[in-house]
Design a protein around this ligand. Structure first.
Ligand code: NAP
Length: 248
């Protein structure tokens, strides 16, 4: 089940955290994985080494997902060399947490350019190739806060909620072309993004989570593997919540 042998996948922000776990999990199922990163080459190389240790293969590719031209060039180059792109996982994301009254225009712009622009430009560049093959899987990484809200995360939660609209619209636009588009919405997951939170905040989050613990990147990756698989062929426009019951 969930066999991906012979398929080519691109994971944005695959160098660290959830993206790395996704890259490793897709490769374990047999996919060739292009691991995108923004600047941390050491982390990206380490992710690729883990992929290879597990018997998989892939490459690292540096570009800023907010740049439409860079994204398009990277996908075109990958398809030219590997002949196809079956799976795009738009995972790269940033959070610039701030209370409403302190939010600056550049924080809104950068967060939306990365989180929403990165997903949209990636889907646009991938879709042309996927439509031609009449098959493809696109998965966006949203967040529990897109639906629950969270004080201090007005910009971030709005950007993650935007991905749900994008998921549903693209699912409708490209279903007839054989491409499915879904979102995974993680709860609180142990990564660099959440490592800096104060202990009392982490404790409060765990108390609000019915499964009473923080999630792992691998638990999110498993949901992405499912949505990327042939077995998920009748699933599109959906939000798969991996949040320990934090929002139901
Ligand atoms: P993370 O540990 O902070 O890693 C972020 C990744 O994104 C890194 O690989 C980074 O590359 C890459 N990245 C950042 N900006 C980029 C850009 N402009 N272009 C290309 N790559 C870029 O994040 P994470 O916690 O794994 O989160 C992954 C995704 O899940 C994000 O979309 C996040 O919003 C979402 N999410 C996370 C949680 C959580 O609790 N952690 C919960 C819900 C949703 P470099 O290594 O080169 O910097």
């Amino acid at each position: 089940m969930f066999e991906l042998t012979g398929k080519v996948a691109l994971v944005t922000g695959g160098s660290r955290g959830i993206g790395r776990a996704i890259a490793v999990a897709l490769a374990k199922q047999g996919a060739y994985v292009a691991i995108n990163y923004a600047g941390n080459e050491a982390a990206a190389s380490e992710a690729l080494a883990i992929v290879r240790e597990g018997g998989g293969d892939g490459e690292i590719v540096r570009f800023d997902v907010a740049s439409q031209t860079s994204f398009e060039e990277a996908i075109d180059d990958l398809v030219k060399r590997k002949g196809r792109l079956d799976v795009l996982v738009s995972n790269a994301g940033i959070a610039m947490d701030q209370l409403l009254l302190r939010i600056k225009p550049e924080e809104l712009e950068k967060t939306f350019a990365t989180n929403v622009g990165g997903a949209l430009w990636g889907a646009k560049a991938a879709m042309r190739h996927m439509m031609r093959k009449r098959t493809g899987r696109i998965v966006f990484l949203s967040s529990v806060v897109a639906e629950s809200g969270n004080p201090g995360q007005a910009v971030y939660s709005a950007s993650k909620a935007a991905l749900l609209g994008l998921t549903k619209t693209l699912a409708r636009e490209y279903a007839s072309r054989g491409v499915t588009v879904n979102a995974v919405a993680p709860g609180f997951i142990a990564t660099d993004m959440t490592a800096g939170l104060p202990e009392d905040v982490k404790k409060k989050i765990v108390e609000q989570t019915p499964l009473a613990r923080i999630g792992s990147p691998e638990e999110v990756a498993a949901a992405v593997v499912y949505l990327a698989s042939d077995e998920a062929g009748y699933v599109t426009g959906q939000v798969l919540r991996v949040n320990g019951g934090m929002y139901v």
